[in-house]
Design a protein. Structure first.
Length: 110
């Protein structure tokens, strides 16, 4: 499969999905993003990113059971695919290589 580029927000969403594991649904993803990045994405922006990630084959989604607290509605859960993990690995490698290519900066007053 051809590699597809990850946008910054998509990468963060994918990382959070991996971090949350079995509890990865839109509200938990949104809350985790807010807590870890101090960004508060709209639910619409999050759903757009989730749809893009799904179209790229980086995540799968499935419905959980209906609950009374949700008025009988089901939660949609998300999980990283093997292809999504490869995309994260590629992004990490690229960023690390670039970071380690930065020249050393002197922090002294010389």
């Amino acid at each position: 499969m051809k590699y597809t580029q990850l946008g910054e927000f998509e990468e963060l969403v994918l990382l959070v999905i991996g971090t949350l594991g079995n509890e990865s649904y839109s509200i938990s993803i949104k809350n985790e993003l807010k807590e870890r990045t101090e960004r508060n994405p709209s639910i619409g922006a999050l759903h757009s990113a989730l749809n893009r990630l799904q179209k790229k084959g980086f995540v799968d989604s499935f419905e959980g059971g209906a609950t009374q607290e949700r008025g009988g509605r089901r939660k949609r859960f998300y999980a990283i695919t093997a292809y999504g993990r490869k995309a994260l690995d590629h992004s990490y490698q690229l960023r690390s290589t670039l970071y380690h290519s930065l020249p050393k900066l002197s922090l002294s007053n010389e």
